[in-house]
Design a protein around this ligand. Structure first.
Ligand SMILES: Nc1ncnc2c1ncn2[C@@H]1O[C@H](COP(=O)(O)OP(=O)(O)O)[C@@H](O)[C@H]1O
Ligand SMILES: [Mg+2]
Length: 496
């Protein structure tokens, strides 16, 4: 038995979440699906499990094309999905949850169901008390409940979307043992993750997705740097930007430690010059986000000094950093940067420095219209932030930036954008750089990092594992560091 995913397309407005995905999953294998956040993994899994209808493409199980209009159809066909956050009816008991989710047409003998539940738990070593209210279960136990439920419903393909988020190391180890046992019994297990080590630990085959496409497949084990290269892309080295002379310290970190408890962490020292571009690389969650937040005053460092233009701002408020012309644009545009329900005009009013008590809405609308035209935002001054596409939200955020900036910090400035919008974003950034603004940006795109950075900081496991001069580094060197290996030694960064 095998599962074939054939040329699946799924677009959300302009976002091509799945852009022609073809993957074959053999029975009895643990198949990893690896990709950065936003790569389109969850979308594909939701298509596969009947939660989303694909725009086009086909799912073939055992040589038969299956029509899926709902999750019930999927489970009927033998495909079950464990969600990132298991869907459990919290007020009900474990056993009620077990039987509740069964499709309506199944005739239920509760006593028999309870016996089968006990048998499945026994078989996989789960210690679930049928009478416990589900709300008292840990995330790991909810997963176990979901797994036995899906098995009971006849799943032969089990999909787990980022199942290790929020569970303990113990529970993870236990989950991995269960998944290996299931594969041995002939089950196809699709394990979705953005964590390289987990996929490397568990899976026999791996498919790598980037920006809605499959960019690589490999039979495990393969060296981690090969997976990193697939995830981050092979950079075409083009360095055609105008050289700008650097000069004057804009942002200085001295012996900064980011968090307590990381005793092995080397303190970070960094002096960002005017008009310098610093790229920040690393697997998702390796400390880049904390680093950027420390640079803009949203978090205080555990130790060390942060100064802007020679002024010590250690421990000062985000507003003090803003007053010193340091601005941060986070990755989650709608979550952190823009406000749902507010129009473009209202955003400009909020971002503006007009301190008068009454807003002149006529004038505000006029100014917003000008900005919409100037930044070629597809929308109107009356569009709400959430109605704009990702590229246009990014344009709005850039349009709202104060004209004079000393340091601009950005997380994934072009993630999820089409090429035209991405190029446009960098035109804006380089224009600011030409006027002296220092830019510090985190990216999961090696091409972007190499193309635009002067220096690249590579994070691994909560610390800076390497600082590279972009002009004389290589994809291989960055890839090794991102995967936790320092050149020469070949040791992983986990243990000194
Ligand atoms: N329901 C939705 N509506 C609009 N856009 C969506 C929706 N679900 C996902 N997306 C977009 O599709 C892209 C892929 O998302 P997702 O499949 O969740 O990626 P991953 O699971 O790899 O992190 C992202 O740009 C995301 O914002
Ligand atoms: Mg996801």
């Amino acid at each position: 038995m095998s599962l074939e995913i054939r040329d699946i397309h799924k677009h959300f407005g302009p976002v091509r979440a799945n852009d022609g995905i073809t993957i074959t999953v053999e029975a009895g294998t643990l198949h990893g699906l690896l990709g950065e956040n936003g790569a389109g993994k969850s979308t594909l899994m939701k298509v596969l499990s009947g939660f989303h209808a694909a725009d086009s493409g086909e799912i073939v199980l055992d040589g038969k094309s299956i029509k899926m209009a709902s999750p019930d159809d999927a489970i009927e066909a033998g495909i079950g999905m464990l969600h990132q956050d298991p869907l459990v009816f919290l007020p009900f008991s474990v056993i009620d949850n077990f039987v509740l989710g069964s499709p309506g047409h199944r005739r239920l003998d509760r006593r028999q169901a309870a016996a089968e539940f006990a048998e499945l738990c026994e078989r996989y070593g789960f210690n679930l008390d049928p009478a416990t209210p589900a709300r008292l279960l840990t995330v790991g136990e909810r997963q176990q409940l979901e797994i036995v439920r899906l098995l009971w419903l006849g799943a032969r393909v089990l999909i787990l979307d980022e199942p290790t988020t929020g569970i303990s190391a113990d529970q993870r180890a236990k989950l991995f043992v269960t998944l290996k046992a299931l594969a041995k019994e002939g089950m196809s297990v699709i394990f979705v993750s953005h964590k390289l080590e987990e996929v490397a630990d568990l899976c026999e085959r791996v498919t790598v997705m980037t920006r809605g496409e499959v960019v690589g497949e490999a039979e495990m084990p393969v060296p981690p740097e090969q997976l990193v290269e697939m995830m981050f892309g092979q950079a075409v080295e083009i360095r055609d930007r105008n050289e700008v002379s650097l000069g004057g310290s804009h942002l200085k970190l001295e012996a900064v430690r980011m968090a307590a408890g990381l005793l092995s962490e080397d303190p970070i020292s960094l002096d960002v010059q005017a008009a310098e571009v610093i790229g920040v690389a690393g697997m998702e969650g390796s400390g880049q986000d904390t680093f950027l937040r420390i640079c803009c005053g949203m978090r205080a460092p555990k130790e060390g000094r942060v100064s802007v233009g020679g002024q010590d701002l250690t421990g000062k408020h985000y507003r003090d950093f803003l007053a010193a012309n340091v601005k941060y644009l986070p990755a989650g545009r709608l979550e952190e940067g823009l406000i749902e329900g507010l129009t473009v005009t209202e955003h400009f009013v909020l971002a503006g420095d007009d301190k008068s008590f009454f807003v002149d809405w006529g004038k505000a609308r006029g100014r917003a219209e000008e900005q919409v035209a100037h930044y070629t935002i597809k929308g109107t001054e009356a569009s709400t932030a959430e109605s704009l596409s990702g590229g246009n939200q990014q344009r709005l955020l850039l349009a709202m930036l104060p004209p004079q900036l000393s340091v601009l910090l950005m997380e994934h400035p072009t993630r999820g954008l089409d090429i035209e919008s991405a190029d446009w974003v960098w035109e804006q950034l380089l224009d600011r750089r030409a006027h002296g603004t220092s830019i510090v940006f985190a990216s999961a795109d090696l091409d972007e990092l190499l193309r635009y950075s002067d220096r690249i900081l590579v994070f691994f496991s909560g610390r800076v594992i390497g600082e590279l001069n972009a002009a004389d580094t290589s994809v291989d060197e960055i890839g090794l560091l991102i995967g936790g290996r320092t050149a020469g030694a070949g040791a992983t960064g986990d243990s000194p």
